[in-house]
Every structure is written in C-alpha cells, then in structure tokens.
Design a protein around this ligand. Structure first.
Ligand code: NAP
Length: 282
C-alpha cells in the first residue's frame, strides 16, 4: 500500500521539505508520498484526525501550528512535552504521537557542522517565536552560562525568558535585551542565533539583516536559522565582522532526517537530502 506523509502549516510556499523528503523516500525505494497540506486554523482539527488513517505514516507540523497541535495528539515524547511544541507526528496504528526534532537537530548542527559546544558559554537568542522556544530550550539544557533573549515584541521575549528560566540548572541564567539596543548587545557572547524570519527570501525583510557588522562580536559563532538564501544578509555581515558562521540548512536537514527515521524506522540518506535541498534553493 502506498503511504503518505503530510506537511501541515500555513503558508507553505516557502517550504523545501517536500523536495528533500520525497528525494529521500525515492532514494530508499519506499512507496511514500510527501504532500504539502495548506491548512487554515479551522481545518486543523480535522487534518490531524485524518492522520489516523492506515495509509498515513504521519506529518510534519510547521508555522503556525507547532504549539496548537499539542492538545490534538494522543501522546507526546518527553522533549516535545517539555518544549510544548511538536514538529513531527507519527501515526502508530491510529494513535498519534508527537515529537520535537528541532531542538536536537540544532545541537547536532552546532556540534557536527560548527564544532561548537555550548556548555559554560554566553549566548544571544534573537526572536521569541516557535523555533526560538525549541532553540532556547536546547541551549539551557546544554548548560549555557547566560542566555540573552531579544525580540521585536519585548513582552514575548520576557515570556520566553520566564519559560526558559524554569528549565535552567544552577549555573545557567536567562535575561532579556531590548531589541532597539541590539547594537549594544553584550560583547562577551560566543554564540548568537537568529530565530527571527528577518532576511528570508520572498518575505518583507528579504535582503535585511537583524544586525550590522559593527554590532557583531568578532570570533563569535553567528548562526542564522533562515536557510533561504543559504548565505543570508546576517551571515554576510558576520563574515565582515570576522565572526564564524553557520546557516540554517544543516538544522533543517537534521530535523527532517530525524522525522524520516521516526516514520520509517531506517536511517535517512543525509547526502541525498542535502543535495536535493541545495538544488531547490539554487
Ligand atoms: P514565528 O513563530 O512566526 O516567529 C517569527 C519571529 O520573527 C518572531 O520572533 C518575530 O518577532 C520575528 N520577526 C518577524 N518579522 C520581524 C521583523 N521584521 N523584525 C524583527 N523581528 C521579526 O516563526 P518561527 O517558526 O519561530 O520561525 C522563524 C524563522 O526560523 C523562519 O524564518 C523559519 O523559516 C526559520 N526556521 C528554520 C528552521 C531550520 O531548521 N533551519 C526551523 C524552523 C524555523 P515578533 O514576536 O515581534 O513578531
């Protein structure tokens, strides 16, 4: 029987997941189709209920439903329950299980692609939306020393900092920074992660960087979760400042590979996923 995996979100036109997931299924000779499923909020409950059909392996969930989907599932794994957000749903014989593969994928990208260890380092997080929650959680669990959160809407930065503070060990603290004062951000950070959509191709902020080179710490690792374009305006500014850079593509592929493995129980072909994603981005 042919099986299907859906991508549930809105809007989906920027997503490249269907390209690299389909390439992975085809490469592994699996009779699985990965289909984008544009979903309005009013349709969400029905869409999720339909995932229980035997022909459906599960789904990826993206903007803006990663948190809204939680109460519609039967069970959450520990990480998804703690973060309060799900990006992967698995249909196990009619029961829907929720996972979060964003947080481990980010840490994997930091270690594997940038050789960076967070423990005991200072970090800055730009943004307080869905993905910032997962990344902030991963960073405090890894034992960063101080995590400074800045967001255009400051109340959301405060709310995220309060949530993250509840998961900090004794040697970790979370503070907020004013978005307008970012140019004067603390100069002793080793890692800065852009979790906003600023700089994303085809968006209102295409071509913009959340920080100019003169506000970027030389020698720090600047990580942009925006993956389209692969070299974002922020990464260009970071290079000018003499910082190290990591783009969002590695995390995107690692979170997708972890989802693939949850759906089909076999190792994901990373090389195929990277090459098909790059082909689409070009
Ligand atoms: P989201 O929940 O919609 O959050 C968007 C964030 O961007 C909010 O913090 C928002 O601030 C901020 N923002 C939007 N426009 C802005 C502007 N003009 N100036 C300053 N801040 C602005 O989205 P999300 O799910 O967190 O995703 C955020 C980005 O991460 C997207 O570009 C997405 O593609 C990318 N992403 C990448 C991966 C990956 O694997 N590489 C995974 C997930 C997401 P306000 O709170 O003030 O609105």
């Amino acid at each position: 029987m042919s099986r299907t995996v859906f991508l549930i979100g809105h809007p989906l036109r920027h997503s490249i997941s269907s390209a690299f997931q389909q390439a992975a299924f085809d490469h592994c000779h699996l009779d699985v189709r990965y289909e984008n499923c544009e979903t309005e909020l009013l349709q969400l409950e029905t869409r999720i209920r339909n995932l229980r059909q035997p022909s459906t392996l599960g789904a990826n969930v993206t903007i803006p439903y990663k948190e809204k989907v939680v109460p519609l599932l039967d069970e959450l794994d520990v990480l998804a329950a703690r973060i309060g957000a799900v990006n992967t749903v698995v249909n196990r014989e009619g029961r829907l299980l929720g996972f979060n593969t964003d947080a481990p994928a980010f840490i994997r990208a930091l270690r594997q692609d940038a050789g960076f260890e967070c423990h005991g380092k200072n970090a800055v997080l730009l943004g307080a939306g869905g993905v910032a929650r997962a990344i902030g959680f991963a960073l405090v669990q890894e034992g960063v020393r101080c995590l400074a959160v800045a967001n255009r809407t400051h109340e959301r930065a405060e709310a995220l900092a309060a949530f993250l503070s509840g998961w900090c060990g004794d040697d970790t603290r979370v503070v907020t920074l004013p978005w307008e004062g970012l140019g004067h951000a603390p100069s002793d950070y080793a890692l800065l992660v852009n979790c906003t959509s600023v700089g994303m191709r085809h968006s209102m902020t295409e071509g913009e960087s959340p920080l100019e080179a003169n506000a970027i710490q030389k020698g720090a690792l600047i990580c942009d979760l925006v993956y389209n374009p692969e070299e974002t305006p922020l990464l260009k500014e970071a290079k000018k400042a003499g910082a190290l850079v990591l783009g969002g593509l590695a995390m995107l592929i690692y979170q997708g590979a972890a989802s693939f493995e949850l759906w089909v129980g076999r190792e994901a072909p990373l090389d195929i996923m990277f090459s098909s994603a790059r082909e689409v981005l070009r």
